[in-house]
Design a protein around this ligand. Structure first.
Ligand code: GLU
Length: 458
C-alpha cells in the first residue's frame, strides 16, 4: 500500500479556530499512526481576504498544539502556473471549455429557468461553441450530463450525487485565477494526498472534485467529512458562543494537551476513555469511530480536562507555564525552588493557568489586594487584637508543622475556634478569606513579609 499522506489546508483569512484545529488533528493522527506524512498547505489564492499575519497566526497555533507538519508549508498562491497547466490540459482534451456568458445574462437566464420550474444551474450555452479566451471569459469544466458521482466516505458512509444536480463548474475565473475546487484538486493530485479529512461544509464540493480527478486521470483519495461543532444552543459554533480561536484558549490559560484531548473526544470515541495523550491517540485513533452527528462544544468538559492536565504537571514546569501570566504585571520572579513551592500551594486550586496565576498573585504583590467584603467582615476589634498577637508570635521563622500547634495555642488563649483565629491572619497575608494552607503561605513569605502585611492591614 502506498504511504499515507494527509494535509491540512487552511485559508489564511482568519485565526485557526477550534473546528479547524480538530480537522488538523485528525489529519495529523492519521498520518502519524501510519508512519506517513502530514503536510500543511496555505490556501492563499484569495489575495484580498488572505494575509501573512493570519498565516503566521495559524502556524503558531499549530506549533502550540504540537501538530507538527512535514516539510515546509506549501503556499497555494505560488502554484498558479501548475493550476493553469492542468486547466490547459483539460481545455486541450475538450474536458473544459471557454464560456463567454456575462454575469447579468446568466442571472437573467437563471431566473427564467427557476420560474419555469427548472434548476438554477448553468444552462450550457457555451458548451459546444468551441470558444477561445476573451476578456471577461471563464473556463468551465465539461461535467457528465447524466449518471451519479459518489464515494464511500470514511465517516459518513456512502454519499451519492445525481450529476444532473451539478453545474458545469467554473475552474478558471475571469481574473485568471483558478477556483477553489480546481486549485485544491490540482494540489492534492500533485502532492499525492491519499486521505482528505475536512469539515463537512465541503461535502457538496466533493462530487465536483471527484469528477475533476477522473478528468485528470488521477485516482481519487479517500474522503472523510467531519461533522461540524455546535454551540450549546445547537447552532454552528461561532463568536456568539465565546472564544473560538485556538490562541484565545492559550491566552485564557488552557494547556495545549487539554484542548487537543478535548477536540479529539468531540466527535470521536474509544470506548469510555476520556483522557488521551497525543501518543496514545496516535495508537488508537480510528476515523470509523468519528460520529456522524455534530458535536456540541462543552466548556465545562474542557475545564475538567484542563484541571486534570494542570494537576499532572510537575510544579517546576507549572511555574514556567504560569509565569507568563504574572510577568506582564511587573513582579520579580522568585528563584526556581520558591516558585515551585508556590505552585504546589495553588496547584489544585484553579481550572486554568490564568486562574492559578490569579490565585498565586498575592505571593508576588508588595501588599495583597484586599477583598473589601472579606475585610469588612473580618476586621472587628477582636480580630485586630488577634492580628497584633499574630504579629508577636510570628516574629521568628516557623519550623515545619509548627504553625498548627501555634494556631491551637493562640485560639485557646483567645477563646475562639482555630479556624476563626486563622482568618484575620489569612486576610492579612492574602487579602482574602479563602486561600491555600496558611502553614505553606507563612513559610513561603517569611517573617519580614508577614510583619509588613499584618502592619499594613492594621
Ligand atoms: N481551504 C479550505 C478551507 O479552509 C479547505 C479545503 C479543503 O480542505 O479541501 O475551508
Amino acid at each position: 500500500m502506498s504511504e499515507t499522506i494527509t494535509r491540512f489546508a487552511p485559508s489564511p483569512t482568519g485565526h485557526l479556530h477550534v473546528g479547524g484545529a480538530r480537522t488538523a488533528l485528525f489529519n495529523w493522527l492519521l498520518a502519524r499512526q501510519k508512519g506517513g506524512r502530514f503536510v500543511l498547505r496555505i490556501e492563499d489564492t484569495d489575495a484580498q481576504r488572505s494575509s501573512d499575519e493570519f498565516t503566521r497566526a495559524i502556524l503558531s497555533a499549530m506549533t502550540w498544539l504540537k501538530l507538527d507538519w512535514d516539510g515546509e508549508p506549501v503556499y497555494q498562491s505560488q502554484r498558479l502556473p501548475l493550476h493553469r497547466e492542468y486547466i490547459d490540459k483539460l481545455l486541450s482534451e475538450g474536458q473544459a471549455y471557454w464560456c463567454h456568458c456575462q454575469a447579468a445574462d446568466l442571472e437573467e437566464r437563471r431566473r427564467k429557468a427557476l420560474a419555469a420550474g427548472g434548476k438554477p444551474k448553468y444552462d450550457g450555452l457555451c458548451r459546444d461553441k468551441n470558444l477561445g479566451p476573451a476578456p471577461g471569459a471563464v473556463v468551465r469544466f465539461r461535467g457528465p450530463e447524466g449518471g451519479e458521482t459518489g464515494w464511500n466516505d470514511l465517516i459518513k458512509g456512502s454519499v451519492v450525487f445525481d450529476n444532473r444536480e451539478l453545474d458545469d463548474l467554473i475552474i478558471l475565473r475571469s481574473d485568471g485565477l483558478p477556483t477553489y475546487n480546481m486549485a485544491v484538486v490540482v494540489d492534492d493530485v500533485a502532492m499525492n494526498i491519499t486521505h482528505i479529512v475536512r469539515g463537512d461544509d465541503h461535502v457538496n464540493n466533493t462530487p465536483r472534485q471527484i469528477q475533476l480527478y477522473r478528468a485528470l486521470g488521477a485516482p481519487a483519495p479517500y474522503f472523510a467529512h467531519v461533522p461540524m461543532i455546535l454551540g450549546a444552543d445547537k447552532t454552528r459554533l461561532s463568536k456568539r458562543h465565546g472564544a473560538t480561536s485556538v490562541m484565545a484558549y492559550k491566552d485564557m490559560g488552557y494547556l495545549p494537551q487539554a484542548l487537543i484531548n478535548y477536540l479529539a473526544r468531540l466527535g470521536w470515541s474509544h470506548g469510555d476513555q476520556e483522557i488521551f495523550s497525543l501518543d496514545e491517540m496516535k495508537q488508537v485513533f480510528d476515523l470509523s469511530h468519528v460520529g456522524r452527528s455534530a458535536g456540541v462544544f462543552n466548556p465545562e468538559k474542557l475545564n475538567w480536562l484542563n484541571s486534570h492536565y494542570l494537576k499532572e504537571t510537575p510544579p517546576d514546569e507549572l511555574a514556567e507555564l504560569v509565569w507568563p501570566y504574572l510577568e506582564p504585571k511587573g513582579y520579580a520572579r522568585p528563584d526556581g525552588a520558591a516558585m515551585a513551592k508556590i505552585m504546589l500551594t495553588v496547584h489544585e486550586r484553579g481550572k486554568t493557568l490564568t486562574e492559578l496565576a490569579e490565585k498565586a498573585e498575592f505571593y508576588f504583590q508588595d501588599l495583597p489586594t484586599l477583598d473589601t467584603k472579606d475585610a469588612a467582615k473580618i476586621l472587628t476589634p477582636e480580630n485586630k487584637a488577634l492580628l497584633r498577637e499574630w504579629m508577636e508570635v510570628l516574629r521568628r521563622p516557623l519550623g515545619g508543622g509548627e504553625f498548627e500547634a501555634l494556631l491551637r495555642r493562640v485560639a485557646e488563649e483567645k477563646g475562639v475556634k482555630p479556624g476563626a483565629a486563622a482568618q484575620p491572619l489569612r486576610l492579612a497575608m492574602t487579602g482574602r478569606t479563602a486561600s491555600p494552607g496558611l502553614d505553606d503561605i507563612l513559610s513561603i513569605l517569611g517573617p519580614e513579609k508577614i510583619r509588613k502585611r499584618i502592619e499594613a492591614l492594621l
